[in-house]
Design a protein around this ligand. Structure first.
Ligand SMILES: [Zn+2]
Ligand SMILES: [Zn+2]
Length: 156
């Protein structure tokens, strides 16, 4: 995994909302839970954990939608007020963290997931790499996903 030069930028589909990430993320993984499937209209979403202090909204307005996650925690989902593209989630249980949807980055080629969660609700046709750090449901701790990201970055 070769990290880009920070800051990197991203934004929504209509280009009204733009954000900047000033430092490398803590991990990137894929989530196959039913809520991610419904929210995205596809098989899974990707989650990129970043420190809140490392993210700035530089243009546009966001709207919030709060939901109870499959984990039982409350998650605030932040989307562009104009087009509805979801840019990131704010886990209310971890206020120091934002979970960016890396498909909204201008360039996401480097943001390869190191693991998968909620693989039990992946559709039968999904192809999940067994060599990654995988969990059938919600992991008790995300530390293995943070550790796997550090190993991937160290390996270059
Ligand atoms: Zn937009
Ligand atoms: Zn999910």
């Amino acid at each position: 995994m070769k990290l880009p030069v920070f800051p990197v930028e991203g934004g929504c589909q209509c280009r009204a909302a733009r954000y900047q990430v000033t430092a490398p993320p803590l991990t990137v993984y894929a989530c196959w839970c039913r809520d991610c499937q419904r929210a995205s209209g596809t098989t899974h979403t990707m989650s990129m954990f970043v420190r809140r202090e490392d993210v700035a909204l530089v243009a546009g307005t966001l709207t919030a939608y709060e939901k109870a996650a499959d984990s039982g925690r409350t998650v605030r989902m932040m989307a562009c007020a104009s087009c509805g593209t979801r840019l990131w989630n704010e886990p209310l249980s971890s206020p120091e963290i934002l979970v960016i949807k890396p498909g909204t980055l201008d360039e996401m080629g480097w943001a390869k997931p190191v693991g998968n969660i909620w693989t039990d609700s992946a559709p039968a046709f999904a192809q999940i790499d067994p060599a990654l750090v995988n969990f059938p449901g919600q992991p008790a701790s995300r530390q293995p996903l943070f550790d796997a990201w550090q190993r991937a970055v160290a390996a270059g």
